[in-house]
Design a protein around this ligand. Structure first.
Ligand code: SN0
Length: 323
């Protein structure tokens, strides 16, 4: 693995999953890999799980870390080329990234979309700029359109809960349903794009995306998935219910008012195959999902968040092992 920006950087998903399960079983067993190595983490946007799980992952590997909240605890960075910097921006991204990548062996970067210009977001202008300037391998800590560390943690979680062992087929495919859910703000498509991109490639999963009309994701990420519009129908017999809000891809960044309530309720979970409720967090209680679900045995959101450590640790392991 040369970088980790999408599932396309993974040669073999099953092999990576196998490595993750082995690392989780013996989390401090690979400390030679991280010895004298530094993982740098740059956040252009807020984070709780990604930041802390990445730090923990690096420590487990014997590596050290630094974290920079760009703009908040650094100089204000200028992104545009060719500007006359006589305003508020104090340092250009060109120097900043070259310098920061000199201070680490792997560089994690988080950038959110602006949700204004679809082309700009989907071309990953900001993320690619950082990647182009970095002298070390880059890891996505969520970019404008993808969140691969989250999807990989979701895969580890689903594998654990079903008892899937890499290389060994299950007796029956696992039914995973990703459902759109309401939210008061306009959110990125990164988490659902990435989940769709990963799970469309997992051959032991039967993968459905259910959403209101107008919320179809970019078809480049959903190829192979079953696309549905009736939530009650889709949730029937689901083994995993993966809830997430996202804004419209077609009417870019917009929110389309809904007549039906798409919140995941206890009643809806009861129609599943004793399904497990998943969400990447942070989650808006009683908007996206009812308290009764989150506080019940249906919910595995904490297991999912815990596996963020092992998804990051596996990725850092793969990027550092040959350095
Ligand atoms: C982000 C998103 O991409 O949807 C990060 C998820 C890992 N979520 C939010 O921005 C939620 C913020 C809110 O207002 O609830």
């Amino acid at each position: 693995m040369k970088q980790f920006t999408s599932v396309a950087d993974v040669q073999n998903i099953d092999e990576l999953l196998k490595t993750a399960l082995a690392i989780k079983a013996d989390p401090f067993g690979q400390q030679e890999v991280g010895k004298n190595k530094t993982v740098g983490l740059i956040f252009f946007n807020p984070s709780l799980r990604t930041r802390l799980s990445s730090i923990k992952a690096a420590y487990n590997l014997g590596a050290n870390t630094w974290v920079l909240n760009a703009g908040a605890d650094s100089w204000t960075l200028e992104m545009a080329d060719g500007t006359v910097m006589d305003g508020d921006s104090q340092e250009h991204i060109t120097e900043a990234i070259q310098v920061m990548s000199a201070y680490c062996d792997v560089l994690g970067v988080r950038t959110f979309p602006k949700l204004v210009d679809r082309e700009e977001d989907y071309q990953e202008v900001m993320f690619n700029k950082v990647k182009g300037l970095s002298s070390v391998p880059v890891v996505s800590l969520e970019s404008a359109t993808l969140h691969p560390l989250q999807s990989f943690a979701d895969l580890i979680t689903i594998a654990e809960k079903t008892g899937y062992e890499p290389g060994k087929a299950l007796a029956k495919k696992v039914k995973v349903v990703m459902t759109w859910a309401p939210h008061p703000r306009r959110l990125p498509q990164a988490v659902p794009n990435s989940f769709a991109e990963w799970f469309s490639k997992v051959d032991w999963v039967d993968f459905t995306i259910v959403q209101p009309k107008g919320y179809e994701l970019d078809p480049r990420f959903t190829e192979g998935a079953t696309i549905a519009y009736d939530q009650d129908e889709a949730l029937k017999e689901a083994d995993f219910v993966y809830a997430k809000n996202w804004s419209s891809f077609e009417n870019y960044g917009e929110v389309i008012p809904q007549e039906k309530d798409w919140q995941v309720t206890y009643e809806k979970m009861e129609t599943t195959n004793d399904g497990k409720f998943m969400h990447c967090l942070p989650v808006r209680r009683n908007v996206v999902v009812a308290d009764e679900v989150l506080d019940s045995d249906y919910s595995i959101v904490i297991d999912e968040a815990t596996n963020r450590i092992y998804s990051a640790q596996t990725v850092f392991h793969e990027l550092l092992k040959n350095k």
